[in-house]
Design a binder for this molecule. Structure first.
Ligand SMILES: *Cc1c(COP(=O)(O)O)cnc(C)c1O
Length: 396
């Protein structure tokens, strides 16, 4: 089946048997024990990272509504399992804690989401990090390296990294891909050899700006390990959030494709605008130097970034926008814009930010489902508003 069909039907296989048409929302924190031996056996199965054997026992161990979303996401990613968490950062923390059991070192590539960068750089979890480029991963690997971590497309520049090339360099070390910007509609990292794929489900998967969540899809052993970490550390997803995410998946392919069409239009127009120095988008000429769109990504996505010719005008420009909302986050039905150096990546030291291509005037847009001409009218009016926005020679 194609992705559109899976998105609408996965995690619903037992509806006929249940006699329902929408997913039941189970808010139970505990479950009555009808058979004591069976409940203990079920508890043991879950403590080993597996599914319950009948009785879910306690909601920190298992929730059927969340499990439906996980089953659907696993199908979309071509994974054996998926494990949902209370946020993208809780999901990343679980991956790092799972890796910690193997070794205390991670190799990571910048840029990546600011808080992910900070979690690694802080050493909070007792894990040392070596920052590498896609070309220096092999050299950065040590005997205690437990994970190679990349984000593609990267937040905020939408730069693409070749997953297969990273997997080849990582050798036996598992590769974790944060695929939040791509969604399983545009990219399925496990098919390219990654061991784990992570989503901030807060973004496109939820898709309506009303759920904070994270999810990791992986094959057998890793999925079990992550379930064990979740059970012990309690970074759960609430069942209502699981319900909303499962519902969000049904429209995910439509939303992603429509937003991508608009992003391509806006990226092309911004690239022609004299007040814009440079647009970062894999759908523009030169924006995908390794030719990954078509091979790894089904399309360039709907997040783009651009540098104003005059970076000092960035905040004034943002304040002029009326339709596009100046706010962090992305992947919602409406268009959001923000300045990473001031917000999402503010926590990353300035010199590391700049080295990763995140200048003070870089703006990131997550294009929503509005008509692209209305979005363009808002952007162009705000660009024109400031006579001080002066054209400079454009780099490609
Ligand atoms: C937002 C984001 C995260 C963190 O997710 P939360 O749900 O906010 O905890 C991780 N990675 C990427 C790429 C993100 O955009």
């Amino acid at each position: 089946m194609r992705i559109e069909t899976i998105a609408g039907h996965a995690g619903r296989e037992d509806f006929g048997m249940l006699g329902v048409h929408a997913p039941p929302l189970d808010l139970s924190t505990t479950y009555p024990v009808l058979d004591a031996e069976q409940a203990t056996a079920s508890l043991e199965a879950m403590a080993a990272g597996g599914p319950p054997k009948g009785n879910p026992v306690y909601a920190r161990l298992h929730n059927p509504t969340v499990a439906r979303f996980e089953a659907a996401l696993a199908r979309l990613e071509g994974a054996e399992g998926a494990v949902a968490f209370g946020s993208g950062m809780a999901a990343l923390t679980a991956c790092l804690l799972g890796a910690r059991q193997v070794g205390g070192h991670v190799v990571a590539v910048r840029p990546m989401y600011g808080s992910s960068d900070h979690l690694l750089a802080s050493g909070l979890l007792g894990i040392a990090v070596t920052w590498a480029t896609p070309a220096t991963i092999r050299a950065a690997i040590r005997p205690d390296t437990a994970l190679v971590f990349i984000e593609t497309p990267a937040n905020p520049t939408a730069a693409l990294t070749d997953i297969e090339a990273v997997v080849a360099q990582a050798g036996p070390v598992p590769v974790l891909v944060d695929s939040t910007f791509a969604t399983p509609v545009l990219q399925q990292p496990l098919r390219h050899g990654a061991a784990l794929v992570l989503h901030s489900a807060t973004k496109f998967l939820g898709g309506h700006g009303d759920v904070i969540a994270g999810v990791v899809a992986a094959n057998g052993e890793w999925a079990s390990k992550l379930r064990q970490v979740r059970l012990l550390t309690g970074g759960l997803l609430h069942p209502l959030a699981g319900y909303l995410l499962h519902r969000g998946l049904t429209t995910l392919p439509l939303r992603v494709e429509r937003a991508q069409t608009s992003a391509q239009i806006l990226a092309s127009r911004l690239a022609e605008h004299p007040a814009v120095a440079r647009v970062h988008y894999p759908g523009l000429p030169g924006g995908d130097p390794n030719h990954l769109v078509g091979r790894q990504m089904a399309g360039p996505g709907s997040v783009l970034a651009f540098d104003l010719a005059n970076p000092d005008q960035a905040d004034d420009f943002l304040a002029e926008l009326t339709l596009v909302t100046h706010a962090v986050s992305l992947g919602s039905t409406d268009t959001l814009i923000q300045r990473p150096a001031a917000l999402t990546h503010h926590i990353v030291p300035a010199e590391d930010r700049e080295a990763a291509g995140i200048g003070p005037g870089l703006l990131r847009i997550s294009v929503g489902l509005e008509h692209p001409d209305d979005l363009w009218a808002d952007l162009v009016r705000a660009l024109r508003h400031h006579p001080a926005i002066t054209a400079r020679p454009r780099a490609s």
